[in-house]
Design a binder for this molecule. Structure first.
Ligand code: ADP
Ligand code: MG
Length: 323
């Protein structure tokens, strides 16, 4: 298979589902650049994320799962902005073009694109170490994007799903232990919370997706919004898979585990009574874990009323190993 055959294959497979996508490109794959029409009254939301072999996934992982995750993490950023997915671009660097690998990759990509209702509009293909960069674009009503800087003191802090599951799976995998299915799903097949993000438009005052760990990512909202927060550890979402862990490990996964792609958002008190309806409409469990305050930084409270001091923040590239 050559570069051009690979592009043609992607083009053909995506063309077949173009008609069911909400925003067909004016001009998609096959020219020097794509042409896209932003509907009147909408803002364009653009995000990009790279997945590198050995850093974000194992080279031996199934190609369809790698593709799905590469797109999912971008869709998650659109979800966190409250945007509706529209188009994406795929930049892929491959050591060689293995027909079966590319076929599986295209299948995984197409499956995630179909569920996220997003159309492939172009990309770039080069030879080199395996790495995948996706740039995704979405649409949101003008001025309606869910930013990080809108939280005010006294609002509810809410998380979706069970943050910590993906980190649990990684821990089990690295230790050569059997990975519990619930945790494996969170790590290998994260589901971007697109419906939730769109439900939160006009309601949530700030929103972020949890890629680096709940404490670190909530910290970004607090910093941008110049607020503090009080979190009740006893209210953090529990998962059956956490059952056998000691309390300390569980907390470090719940607060510091990255790669879950759940949403964390702040909600003004006036919407408190709508929370269960929002979760139901979005098909995901929502949990209030605390409130924003007029202070700064994150305060964590144990069930016994003692303050809890967090040892370690989220994952940072180039941060190096602790001394
Ligand atoms: P150019 O040399 O002008 O950059 P390319 O050969 O890179 O042209 O790309 C030709 C067309 O194929 C463009 O429409 C581009 O967006 C598309 N394309 C290239 N690689 C990919 C890819 N990995 N996925 C989707 N579309 C791609
Ligand atoms: Mg090119």
């Amino acid at each position: 298979m050559t570069e051009f055959q690979l592009i043609a294959q992607l083009q053909n497979r995506f063309a077949a589902h173009a008609h069911s996508m909400p925003f067909a490109p004016v001009l998609g794959i096959g020219d020097d650049a794509a042409v896209l029409a932003v509907p009147e009254g909408k803002h364009l939301v653009v995000t990009t994320d790279t997945l590198v072999s050995g850093v974000h996934f194992f080279a031996a992982d199934p190609a369809d799962a790698i593709a799905a995750k590469a797109l999912a993490v971008n869709l998650s950023d659109l979800a966190a902005m409250g945007a509706e997915p529209a188009w994406f671009f795929l930049t892929i660097s491959l050591p060689e073009i293995d027909t079966q690998w590319c076929d599986e990759f295209a299948s995984g990509l197409l499956e995630m694109a179909t569920s996220g209702r997003i159309q492939l509009a172009g990309g770039d293909t080069t030879q080199g170490p395996l790495s995948i960069t996706i740039t995704a674009m979405g649409l949101v009503g003008q001025g309606k994007a869910l930013r990080r800087d809108g939280a005010k003191p006294g609002e509810l802090i809410v998380v979706s799903g069970q943050p910590g599951l993906a980190a649990l799976a990684l821990r089990q995998e690295m230790a050569g232990k059997p990975v519990l299915p619930e945790a494996r799903q969170a790590l290998k097949h994260p589901q971007p919370r697109l419906a939730l993000g769109q439900e939160l438009v006009g309601k949530a005052s700030a929103c972020i997706d949890i890629s680096d760990g709940l404490a670190a990512d909530l910290g970004h909202i607090l910093k941008a919004s110049a607020c503090g927060a009080e979190i009740m550890l006893g209210q953090l979402p529990e998962a059956a898979a956490f059952g056998e862990l000691d309390a300390e490990t569980r907390r470090s996964l719940q607060l510091g585990g990255g790669d879950d792609y759940e949403l964390c958002f702040t909600l003004p008190q006036q919407f408190r009574h709508e929370l269960s309806a929002i979760g139901q409409a979005a098909g995901v469990a929502l949990q209030v874990i605390g409130e924003t305050t007029a202070g700064s930084g994150l305060k964590l409270w144990q069930a016994d009323g003692q303050e809890y001091v967090l040892q370690r923040g989220g994952y940072e590239h180039f941060a190096g190993k602790p001394a």
